[in-house]
Design a protein around this ligand. Structure first.
Ligand code: AMP
Length: 289
């Protein structure tokens, strides 16, 4: 496995592969990897001749009061995981390699970015889209892999790729969960043992929502009222949002069907956790706890 830190070296590597007619999959990450990240590499390996994973904590997607400086990092451990999952190249640039001091060009997706996490995390998706646009130019992958755990991120990137004509397939991969149902996240390490237990309320509440849908519910208000009542049974849970949105535009809808997304962001102590499911995508079972 090769570790590349500069854009020039990355371009040279990509040129060699392209000249040999090889296909490339790209899995962007911010590191501190877990099995959820690793599953993206596995999908990419199945589909492509070569897999590139980026490990880059992207400063421009963090707000002034967010966790950029304390975002967990362990590049050595990440490399072991990436190597075990057959990654060919790790792209690990310093922020200075990605952003000139007078950098001032952004990719900004309206509408799809305005709801859910975008409503409170100002400029977050502008930062995500900008770094992904740059990675697409640097790596020129045939396919790029994202987790459905970040449903809005996936929808926003799909829209950018369509609207700006990037020649890449965007692949959404299932959410990988801990045994008790909690969606894996690099941020889970922030949780104290007590908070970690309280965090089960997210997947339990999604499961409640899935059960209601299986029993025929298609009314957003009815679903959301029941889910909010359930979240309120956990005293440590502080709701940021629970919404039902159109699966493509991420706009709230009154009645829902297949492909729409039930999404939540909940604070457990100081840690903000997100989770969701897509209606009709019930193959992703949330374990009973
Ligand atoms: P991050 O390092 O948090 O930016 O995540 C990098 C990629 O991994 C994103 O596409 C995430 O959606 C994806 N990802 C994070 N957690 C999970 C998970 N539990 N299951 C599947 N994919 C995930």
């Amino acid at each position: 496995m090769r570790i590349i830190t500069t854009i020039a070296e990355m371009h040279a590597q990509i040129e060699t592969w392209k000249n040999a007619d090889q296909t490339i999959g790209l899995c962007p990450t911010m590191g501190y990897l877990h099995e959820g990240h690793a599953s993206l590499m596995d999908y990419s390996n199945e589909d492509n001749d070569y897999t590139v994973a980026s490990v880059f904590v992207n400063p421009i997607q963090f707000g002034p009061n967010e966790d950029l400086s304390k975002y967990p990092r362990d590049f050595e451990r990440d490399c072991k995981i990436l190597e075990a999952h057959g990654v060919d190249v790790v792209f690990h640039p310093e922020p200075e390699e990605m952003y000139f001091p007078d950098f001032c060009t952004y990719a900004d997706v309206d509408v799809v970015s305005d709801t859910l996490c975008g409503a409170t995390r100002e400029n977050h998706f502008r930062g995500v889209c900008t770094v992904i646009a740059k990675f697409l130019n640097v790596v020129q992958p045939d396919k790029i892999y994202f987790g459905k755990k970040d449903a809005q991120q996936l929808a926003v990137v799909r829209r950018m790729v369509r609207d700006l004509n990037f020649d890449v397939d965007v692949v959404g991969c299932p959410t990988v969960r801990e045994e008790d149902g909690l969606a894996m996240s690099s941020r889970n390490v922030y949780l104290s043992p007590e908070e970690r237990k309280a965090a089960r309320i997210l997947s339990r509440t999604l499961r409640l929502g899935q059960d209601m849908i299986r029993e025929g519910c298609s009314d957003s208000k009815e679903l959301l009222d029941a889910m909010k009542t359930n979240l309120a049974t956990e005293p440590m849970a502080d709701i940021d949002y629970v919404e039902v949105v159109d699966g493509i535009s991420m706009q709230p809808i009154e009645t829902f069907g297949k492909g729409d997304v039930v999404a939540m962001a909940v604070r457990i102590g100081a840690t903000r956790l997100i989770d969701n499911f897509t209606v009709g995508d019930m193959a992703i079972e949330i374990p009973e706890v």
